[in-house]
Design a protein around this ligand. Structure first.
Ligand code: FES
Length: 448
């Protein structure tokens, strides 16, 4: 990865400390982004086989970027803004994550290691093995110092809590504004829009409004909903906000909850899909659109409209696309000139991606050199919050993902929980906005 030369950085040039080495970074951009732009592709080691790990999703959804930051273990560096002098350490490796002697575990057990059964039932050996496994597979060490006490939780009340300010949540908020219904729109990022702001641009996608388009105080950014709970005062979302003064817990009580949290970038199964340099398609578009960080040469693999939209975006921004491998097809009429139907992808490289090979339909196995493999497949619905709030979740065998059951207007089995957008199954941004509109109208009808 590299910074695009003709785009000025979004923030102040600083340095961070990576295990004693001074690394250039940009203040405020995710630490992991600064590191990969500086050529540091290995940020961690996997827990069991100690395989090299680099960031994949840039959405706090894969755990490949966990590092020790300023003494705090297991920090998502893909969501942590870089600050001057920040101390970064890789975890779970000996003597270092770049050269980890425990990666020999991966070579010794090429067919997999079942640590549940190894020496199980053998006196003494079982105890010794358990201690060894704990040392090898531990993730991080406890902080050196106790964390500062957090401020007391704050309590807020509203009529409707909308979680997620992507296409669905923004349109729902617009409907509620128009109807004069008090609401709070929660977005974990510091900007609104979700994939509208950071994904590969889609045709007919709605525009992203400014926060000022909504009533004052109704939009909360850097606010992550952790859970949906009940107490004697009613139903509330537990929300963590991250402001200048640090994290703060908020109990947000509401009469209705509209969950429009979108989906997670899935990790598509193929050989070496965990090599540093394999990124989710949405991570690649985020890095490019927001931080002007991109591969020298990218190969794209996956299926669905976002795959081809990403190829167009890279092309427009001058990033070389070596191949677009569509695993399902059919190819759209405006597909990238390198696009083809393919199967059985495999990433190559020792510590990081150097190529991708695949079965090209009609022409046998091909191998293309690249420094990044971008995996663009439809997202997996982020059903967890809805499930915890009581909504029914079912497995869609065709999509290969769990999704929240809801009617066309987003009503779930729970009267106060509505859903909209990719949480019910991946679709276009335009379709998500339409779902957000219907859900807002439906839930507004039941409010006093
Ligand atoms: S969790 Fe940070 S890159 Fe996936």
């Amino acid at each position: 990865m590299r910074r695009l030369p003709d785009v000025p950085p979004r923030g102040r040039a600083i340095t961070v400390d990576l295990e004693g080495e001074s690394i250039p970074a940009i203040e405020g951009e995710p630490v992991a982004c600064s590191l990969i732009a500086a050529g540091e592709s290995v940020l961690a080691r996997s827990v069991k086989y100690h395989r090299p790990r680099g960031p994949y999703c840039f959405a706090a959804a894969c755990s490949h970027c966990l590092m020790r930051v300023d003494g705090q273990p297991n920090v998502y560096t893909c969501r942590t803004p870089a600050q001057a002098g920040m101390k970064l350490e890789r975890q779970n490796a000996y003597p270092s994550a770049k050269v980890d002697v425990f990666e020999t575990i991966d070579w010794f057990f090429p067919k997999g290691l079942d640590h549940h059964e190894m020496f199980a039932g053998v006196p003494v050996a079982e105890t010794v093995m358990a201690k060894v496994a704990r040392q090898l597979a531990g993730l991080g060490l406890l902080p050196r110092e106790a964390a500062d006490p957090l401020p007391p939780a704050q309590t807020l009340r509203t009529h409707v809590a909308v979680v997620g300010a992507g296409a669905a949540g923004l349109e729902a908020a617009r409907v509620l504004s128009t109807r004069g219904i008090p609401f709070r729109l929660l977005e974990r990022d510091d900007v609104l829009g979700g994939r509208l702001a950071h994904g590969a641009p889609e045709q007919d996608a709605p525009h992203v409004p400014e926060p000022t388009a909504f009533p004052a105080g109704s939009v909360m950014t850097r606010a992550t909903a952790l859970g949906l709970y009940d107490d004697e005062h009613g139903r509330y979302l537990a929300v963590v906000t991250r402001g200048e003064e640090g994290p703060r817990l908020i109990k947000l009580y509401a009469e209705r909850f509209l969950l429009a949290v979108g989906g997670h970038p899935p990790i598509h199964p193929f050989e070496n899909n965990d090599l540093p340099g394999v990124y989710a398609g949405r991570a690649a578009s985020l890095l490019l659109r927001r931080y002007a960080v991109a591969p020298e040469v990218a190969t794209l693999v996956g299926w669905g409209p976002e795959l081809h939209a990403l190829a167009r975006l890279l092309d427009e921004r001058g990033v070389k696309v070596a191949a677009v491998v569509d695993l399902r097809g059919p190819l759209p009429p405006d597909a990238h000139p390198t696009a083809c139907m393919g199967a059985e992808p495999k990433a190559h490289g020792l510590r990081a991606v150097s190529a991708l090979s695949f079965e090209a339909q009609g022409s046998g196995r091909r191998k293309v050199e690249c420094d990044a493999v971008l995996v663009s497949v439809p997202v997996s619905p982020g059903f967890e919050l809805a499930r915890q709030g009581g909504a029914k979740v079912t497995f869609d065998a065709k999509a290969g993902a769990f999704q929240v059951e809801a009617d066309a207007d987003g009503r779930t089995e729970v009267p106060d929980v509505f859903v909209a957008g990719d949480i019910t199954g991946a679709g276009t941004a335009k379709a998500a906005a339409a779902a957000g509109h219907r859900a807002a109208e439906a839930l507004a009808g039941g409010l006093s």
